[in-house]
Design a protein around this ligand. Structure first.
Ligand code: 13P
Length: 251
């Protein structure tokens, strides 16, 4: 099958209100009429609503960088999937490396978050990826397999079209050192094989798998045209409209 490329900008904890609106507006303007690639941006929670307003009607989706695993109640500091949907977010990132490794989120918690998001009708980008120690000790496949299967626990086949995977090797995030196209293809192909076993060959074939980790205009074409790579999850280079738009137009 032909999978439509999907390029997402994860703004992380950057920008202020004005800069967030201005970046969203510039992305919207720059993309006018370009529907060849699905595009989404992930601002900090507090700027979500304004960014939703800034891109309304443009086809640019807005998503949250995280989501609570619980539907409502006494969970101080958390934001529920229903609240995100309520303010116009369409997607949530689950299991980003910084959530797993800086804030200690477990694979089980990521699975609950993913199910909580799907339960209200949000789409999800589920991130997986190995650390440099894990890669050097040949544990990459074991690590991403566990993150994938625990992340998708309890997700029925008919919900899978709401899920995008992102392979983000931890050693490539924010380091300027991207995985090579061959390294990305190898892990993406492995993930697709796992999906085929967990679900079906057709479901695996339809799943989009983004690559993330030091994607920039200079390497976007090589990475995004690599086998089994269906787009990118971009951090640093998504903070400037010129570089983000250049990645979206990688062809
Ligand atoms: P960088 O593009 O800054 O390496 O970040 C990647 C990332 O973590 C996107 O979620």
């Amino acid at each position: 099958v032909k999978r439509k490329p999907y390029v997402a900008g994860n703004w992380k904890m950057n920008l202020d209100r004005r800069a967030a609106v201005s970046l969203a507006t510039a992305v919207r303007t720059g993309l006018q009429g370009d529907a060849a690639v699905d595009v989404a941006v992930f601002p900090p929670f507090v700027y979500l609503e304004e960014v939703v307003r800034a891109v309304a009607g443009s086809g640019v989706a807005v998503g949250a960088q995280d989501v609570c695993d619980q539907p409502s109640g006494a969970f101080t500091g958390e934001v529920s999937a229903a609240m995100l949907l309520d303010i116009g977010a369409k997607v949530a990132i689950v299991g980003h490396s910084e959530r797993r490794h800086v804030y200690g989120e477990s694979e089980e918690l990521c699975g609950r978050k993913l199910r909580a998001a799907l339960a209200v009708g949000l789409e999800v980008i589920l991130c997986v990826g190995e650390t440099i120690e894990e890669r050097q000790s040949q544990r990459t496949e074991k690590v991403v397999a566990s993150q994938l299967s625990k992340g998708l626990v309890g997700v029925p086949a008919n919900q899978l079209s709401k899920v995008t995977l992102a392979y983000e090797p931890v050693w490539a995030i924010g380091t300027g050192l991207n995985a090579t196209a061959a390294q990305a293809s190898e892990v993406h192909g492995y993930l697709r094989g796992l999906l085929s076993g967990l679900y079906s060959p057709a479901a695996a074939d339809a799943m989009r798998i983004q690559y993330g980790g030091s994607v920039k205009p200079e390497n976007a074409r090589e990475l995004l045209t690599a086998r089994d790579v269906d787009g990118a999850l971009v951090g640093g280079a998504s903070l400037k409209p010129e570089s983000f738009l250049a990645i979206v137009r990688y062809r």
